[in-house]
Design a protein around this ligand. Structure first.
Ligand SMILES: [Zn+2]
Ligand SMILES: [Zn+2]
Ligand SMILES: [Zn+2]
Length: 107
């Protein structure tokens, strides 16, 4: 898809898995509020970005911030928090990602 945002990180595959999270269901990338750039995970950001993470403030949760690596759909933070799979292609998202939401979002 041509309008799909670029995802940068360490060993990123076409469905946004990376060197750190590479199970079948690790198919989301998260836009980081600090730089507006999509990364597969916080560890990729730490290795590649060269700056401190800034968390998404709660009042901006309506903006697109999560990319489905399977189909390229972008979800808002609110949509992502309310679902366990992609609303566009039904790909299952790793529920484990939600255990460290505080690395990305002010929750
Ligand atoms: Zn950043
Ligand atoms: Zn990573
Ligand atoms: Zn999808």
């Amino acid at each position: 898809m041509s309008d799909r945002p670029t995802v940068i990180g360490v060993e990123v595959d076409p469905q946004t898995r990376c060197a750190h999270y590479h199970q079948d269901i690790d198919v989301i990338a998260i836009k980081h509020f600090c730089c507006g750039q999509y990364y597969p995970c916080h560890l990729c950001h730490a290795e590649v970005a060269g700056h401190q993470v800034k968390l998404w403030p709660a009042e901006r949760f309506g903006e697109p911030a999560v990319l489905c690596g399977v189909c390229g759909e972008q979800l808002s933070v609110t949509d992502y928090l309310g679902t366990s799979n992609c609303p566009a292609c039904a790909a299952l998202f790793n529920p484990g990602c939600k255990l460290h939401l505080e690395l990305y979002f002010e929750v």
